[in-house]
Design a protein around this ligand. Structure first.
Ligand code: ADP
Ligand code: GLC
Length: 478
């Protein structure tokens, strides 16, 4: 089966978060299920630079305000279509915002163009390749099902995959015409959302199926608490909404052969993690203490991730004899708070403010516990990496965190199935309590080693998720 995946980022080409990891890894996993994916990406300079010999599959003379081309080739191990449109994607700054950190003023156009190109391919623009299913990822691709709907033509099956409901893509109604949407589309039964054009709203409404990245998040977004204004619509979609957990790329995240580690290891040689631990301590200016439980955080520093709660938990963590290593970047006040904590507790709290893949691997290979106190978490990938690397995840009981970690409750410990620590509700006090509980477990070597071993034995690969996507695609294939 041929599938078109439309995403605004894909690892290793361009990445701001887990969406890129998923868009980059799922195609290879689906291959094993007999599904061939082609991924449509915006022509950001790094994507074009990575594109091998490519064929110009289509030329648009005026596409959302400038000339554009659809290039077909391979990049970063993916079969791709790249929408080369310099007026939209070739500019300084990040994927969504300029160097000043502010969203590009023409993001509506930039990502409507991506969705429109995907819709055109879905409708047979390239006679040699027609997908049976189209998967649109997040708001950036979410107008695609709407374009198909308003084309009135026979179309492939469509899946709208939500990686994060907090980002919805809302734009002024005056843009309707410029985005190529018909006047009658601006209604409650169309793209209109609280007086704006809602990209994600449109995708959720018009796609044959809505998936999100964990079963618990799929349930949460159908409630007023988790629905971020879209819960009514989602409830209305009934059984068309489902959750499929993410996996991680087992080749990139493989502790037995990870070149970014100081020492590689397996479940039976987990003692070798000590070398990674020492390397993390040295890197972040932490005392070379072999006995202190080393807690770590690897994250975007944002409210979603509960990072404002972290400073309040540090006293507890230090009282419990722990050390804290933070790798992250994001909101300036949270970055400042982490820096201040490190300055206040030299040798006990260390940080690296920035995005650093090598250090992320090293920390996963050396830390004892990974803190993930997210207020909401569609799936979360760092806890999956932690499981595979023998770092015990300490997570908020929300979304995909609830689905992927088995809490070390007395019952789970007694039956030997626990893989980490969960806490709820998400507050500084409950985070502190979870840290105390984790430190106590750490001082029981047999129980701790069992937690680590169970985590490392957990299947966090894409195998099972890929099977589920393949089955879903088969149900809706045109
Ligand atoms: P989200 O997409 O919401 O940020 P995920 O847990 O799904 O959260 O994915 C985050 C991805 O980004 C993971 O691959 C994680 O290892 C990586 N990551 C996050 N922050 C950093 C950082 N500061 N340095 C390196 N990698 C990071
Ligand atoms: C989003 C979510 C995260 C998820 C990722 C990939 O960034 O915040 O929980 O793991 O997408 O699906």
């Amino acid at each position: 089966m041929e599938v078109l995946s439309v995403a605004s980022e894909a690892y290793p080409l361009v990445k701001t978060g887990g969406l890129a990891d998923v868009a980059g890894a799922l195609p290879a996993a689906l291959r094993a299920e007999g599904v061939h994916v082609r991924t449509l990406l915006p022509g950001y300079p790094p994507v074009l630079a990575a594109l091998g010999p490519a064929e110009s599959a289509w030329v648009f003379e005026d596409f959302f305000g400038g000339p554009a081309r659809l290039l077909a080739g391979t990049a970063g191990g993916l079969d791709v279509f790249v929408l080369e449109a310099p007026h939209l994607y070739d500019r300084p700054g990040g994927l969504y915002a300029g160097p000043d950190g502010r969203d590009f003023p023409d993001n509506a156009r930039r990502f409507a163009a991506l969705a429109r190109a995907g819709a055109d391919i879905a409708l047979g623009l390239l006679p040699a390749w027609r997908p049976a299913v189209v998967q649109a990822h997040d708001w950036q691709a979410a107008l695609l099902p709407a374009y198909l709907e308003y084309s009135g033509a026979t179309r492939p099956g469509t899946v709208m995959t939500v990686h994060n409901l907090a980002f919805q893509g809302q734009f002024p109604p005056a843009l309707l015409g410029a985005l190529g949407l018909p006047p009658h589309s601006f209604s409650n039964l169309g793209v209109e959302y609280y007086g704006f054009i809602g990209f994600l709203k449109a995708g959720l409404l018009f796609a044959d199926r809505v998936t999100t990245v964990s079963p618990t998040y799929a349930a949460e977004i159908c409630t007023p608490e988790g629905g971020m204004g879209l819960d009514g619509l989602l409830r209305g979609r009934g059984s068309a909404v489902s959750g499929i957990l993410n996996g991680i790329d087992a080749a990139i995240w493989n502790p037995a052969a990870d070149a970014l580690l100081a020492a590689t290891f397996t479940a039976t040689t987990a003692a070798r993690r000590a070398a990674n631990r020492a390397a993390v301590q040295a890197r972040l200016g932490l005392a070379a203490d072999a006995a202190a439980p080393l807690f770590a955080v690897i994250t975007r520093l944002t409210w979603q991730k509960g990072m404002d709660l972290l400073p309040g938990a540090i006293a507890t963590l230090l009282e419990a004899g722990g050390q804290l290593a933070v790798l992250g970047n994001g909101d300036a006040p949270l970055e400042a708070a982490v820096r201040a904590a490190a300055a206040a507790h030299p040798g006990r709290v260390g940080c690296s403010i920035g995005y650093d893949e090598q250090l992320a691997h090293l920390i996963q290979g050396g830390a004892d516990a990974l803190l993930v106190p997210s207020r909401f978490e569609p799936c979360g990938l760092t806890q999956l990496c932690a499981l595979r690397y023998g770092t015990v995840p300490v997570v908020a009981r929300v979304g995909g965190l609830a689905d992927t970690v088995i809490d070390a409750s007395p019952v789970a410990l007694a039956s030997g199935v626990a893989t980490g620590v969960q806490f709820a509700p998400v507050s500084a006090d409950m985070l502190a309590a979870a840290i105390r509980r984790t430190a106590a477990l750490y001082r029981q070597p047999a129980a701790w080693q069992r937690l680590q071993a169970n985590g490392m034995a957990t299947d966090v690969s894409w195998r099972d998720p890929a099977r589920r996507y393949a089955a879903l695609f088969a149900e809706i294939a045109a």
